[in-house]
Ligand binder design. Structure first.
Ligand code: HEM
Length: 478
């Protein structure tokens, strides 16, 4: 039964809840966010919230800007969901920083942020790491082009490894070559995983019995397979760090710091080797897909909108010139390129939902009663692709973030969340997108491939949306 004074929404059938209706609409529209939009129009036109039940999960989608601000500020809704989906990814226990709450989350988030800063995170060193990676990327593009006048390059997943490297330099002190077979396999698996699940779970998480009776159909088998590969990859790296660890030498990266704490104190409080693996996995997942997909949305629009590209290149030439690559210090003098960063993130985050929260106890939201353990999810589409907040929302217009030639972000722009669970990596994401985009545009122009359609605006749905696969003709600038 629906709880008293619960937000409006479709009917709840026994066992399925509203799953069948959601699934039909998702099939019809092609996207979860569009299905939720249609449901909102059907059942709760003027309500800021819509409530669904998918199998065992009670889910409240937060549609309006005001209700989202209220939700994110409400500490009673600062939990993260529990259940098979969230626990299986960390071998049955709640671990990590992305999908945890309470003491473990608080202590480990603080520790992670404090020590990542020692390796440049949020500081100047981070910009330097991004510049080094951007340099590798340019070299790789030049190699692909060779002695030709240009080359057609598959762009939608082009940035993945370089983005990962900026984070991994600080976490594990290593960088990968985009052509390393292990990396290609791992990123392929991640891409599939993100496309197969969504922000509120997967079939087996809403109907846990299916993980036993239909493990393949419910997605459980693939979920485990992918996670096992990621665990193995991370545990191998941690093992290498443990073997070469020398207590008398300075720590070189975050893994070293964590291993030192475990050696000195043992597995006390919330510290454990499992927690280290889980944190690395969270950073790996939250930190690479999000940034590289924002970039691929950005570049798909840059190929479509040559005028935007021309304006960015004009600013780069004027402020940086051609004799040195751009760096993070240039950002203050490059409002147009900085606005491109914000517009790229808006297009990415506007097609998805926030990381789910959970009511820690019975509480209120927008005047409705929200019982303990209800999943509460920000519907970012209604904020970032809203007609009134962002006129002509599906077009790519960096100008919307500029006032009198300077960047001015409106209060309703918070694609990284706000308050306690605010994204931990927003500074790195914005730094990377700025340095990578400007470095690429300084050296190359990205043109539509002759004879082929422009990059599609129909993206690939999933936990995080991806720009539809697209190619660009990449030509060195004269
Ligand atoms: C364009 C890139 C990114 C976007 C749009 C983005 C967006 C978000 C959002 C909306 C949340 C949830 C906030 C909430 O629950 O209230 C979040 C959480 C998180 N993000 Fe990001 N993120 C990005 C990049 C990154 C990067 C680069 C990292 C790692 C370096 C990262 C690590 C995390 C973590 C660990 C959390 C969980 C925070 C917590 O619950 O305390 N993200 N992000």
């Amino acid at each position: 039964l629906k709880p008293r004074n619960f937000p409006p929404g479709p009917k709840w059938l026994p066992i399925f809840g509203s799953a069948i209706e959601v699934s039909k609409l998702r099939e019809k529209t092609g996207y979860l966010y569009k299905a939720v939009k249609e449901l909102s129009t059907l059942y709760c036109k003027d309500s800021p919230l819509i409530a669904l039940r998918i199998g065992k999960d009670r889910i409240v989608m937060v549609n309006s800007l005001e209700a989202n601000k209220e939700m994110l500020a409400n500490e009673d809704i600062d939990g993260r969901p529990k259940g098979i989906f969230y626990q299986t990814r960390t071998w049955g226990e709640r671990r990590g920083v992305l999908l945890t709450d309470g003491e473990l989350w608080k202590e480990q988030r603080r520790f992670l942020l404090k020590h990542l800063k020692e390796f440049g995170f949020g500081k100047r060193g981070m910009g330097d790491i991004a510049c080094v990676e951007a340099g590798h990327m340019i070299k790789d593009v030049l190699n692909i082009i060779g002695s030709e006048k240009g080359a057609t390059i598959q762009m939608h997943n082009f940035f993945n490894t370089y983005i990962l490297n900026t984070l991994w330099t600080m976490m594990a002190g290593i960088r990968y070559n985009p052509n390393e077979p292990e990396m290609i396999i791992l990123q392929g698996l991640l891409f599939e995983l993100f496309a197969a699940v969504d922000m509120v779970g997967a079939t087996f998480s809403h109907f846990p019995i299916l993980s036993v009776i239909a493990p393949t159909m419910s997605g459980y088998k693939d979920f485990i397979k992918t996670h096992k590969k990621i665990w193995a990859f991370l545990r191998e790296e941690i093992q290498r760090h443990k073997e070469r660890f020398n207590p008398d030498k300075e720590d070189k990266d975050f893994m070293d710091v964590y291993i030192r704490v475990l050696r000195e104190n043992g597995e006390v409080n919330t510290y454990s080797e499992g927690q280290l693996v889980a944190m690395c996995m969270d950073m790996f997942m939250a930190g690479t897909e999000t940034t590289s997909k924002s970039m691929s949305f950005g570049f798909s629009y840059l190929v479509r909108e040559q005028e935007v590209q021309r304006k960015a290149q004009e600013e780069i030439d004027r402020v940086v010139g051609r004799d040195r690559p751009p760096n993070l210090d240039d950002r203050d003098n490059m409002p147009y390129c900085t606005a491109i960063v914000h517009e790229s993130v808006r297009h990415f985050m506007g097609r998805t939902f926030g990381v789910p929260h959970r009511a820690l106890k019975d509480t209120k939201l927008a005047g409705y009663d929200i019982p303990e353990d209800t999943m509460v999810v920000s519907n970012f589409t209604n904020i970032l692709l809203d007609e009134e907040l962002y006129p002509d929302p599906y077009s790519f217009r960096p100008e919307r973030f500029l006032v009198d030639g300077a960047v001015k972000l409106p209060d309703h722009y918070f694609p990284f969340g706000i308050f306690k669970h605010r994204c931990l990596g927003d500074v790195l994401a914005k730094c990377n997108i700025f340095v990578f985009t400007t470095t690429m545009l300084q050296r190359f122009s990205f043109l539509p491939v002759p004879g082929e359609p422009l990059p599609s605006l129909n993206h690939v749905d999933g936990a995080t949306p991806s720009a539809a696969p697209f190619k660009a003709l990449v030509v060195p600038r004269a």
